[in-house]
Design a protein around this ligand. Sequence first.
Ligand code: ZN
Length: 196
Amino acid sequence: MRKIERYDPLKIERIASHYAEILADLGEDPTRDGLLKTPERVAKSLQFLTHGYDLKPEEILRSAMFKEEYSQMVVVKDIEVYSMCEHHLLPFFGKAHIAYIPNGHIVGLSKIPRVVEAYSRRLQVQERLTNEIRDCIQKTLAPLGVAVVIECKHLCMSMRGIQKQNSVTTTSAFTGAFANERTRSEFLTLITASLD
Ligand SMILES: [Zn+2]
C-alpha cells in the first residue's frame, strides 16, 4: 500500500495543538521528552488514516474498465481492511471479500482493493463501509450483481466496553444476481475455500 506523504501543514499544526491539550488534560506532561513530538506524529498518523476522503473510488474503477464477454463470477478475497470506528476513534481491521458478475465490462483486479481503501480510510462503521463498497461497484461497473462480505475485529469492543477479546463482526451486502441463493452460496463457498 502506498504511503501518503503529502500532509497539509496547516491542518497538522492545528490537530497537533489540540493533541497537546488532550495530553495535558489526561494528566500528562506534553513537554517531556517522549511526548514532545507526539502531537505532531498523531496528527500525521490521523491524516494518513483518513486519507480516503481524498480518494475518488468511482474514478478509480472507471480508470480501468474493459469491455469483456467474461460472465462468470469474479472474486477478490482476503483484501486487508484497516478503518477507524467513528464512535470511538479506535481501529477496526480485518478482511473484505468481494465478488461481481460482469455484464459486458470487467475492471482491473487491483482496483477493487483500492475501492476498499478509499472507503475504509475514513471514519466509518463497518455496516456503512460494506454498503458503500457494494453501491460504488454496482453503480460504476453496472454488473449483474455485487457481493461484499467484511469480517473485522473492533478495538472499541476488545480494548474497552464489553471486552470480548476475539469476537469478529461480519457484515454483508448483495445486489442483483446475488439475491439468488445458489449464486450467493457459490460466492460463500469460494471465499471460504483455501488454496492449499
Ligand atoms: Zn466503536
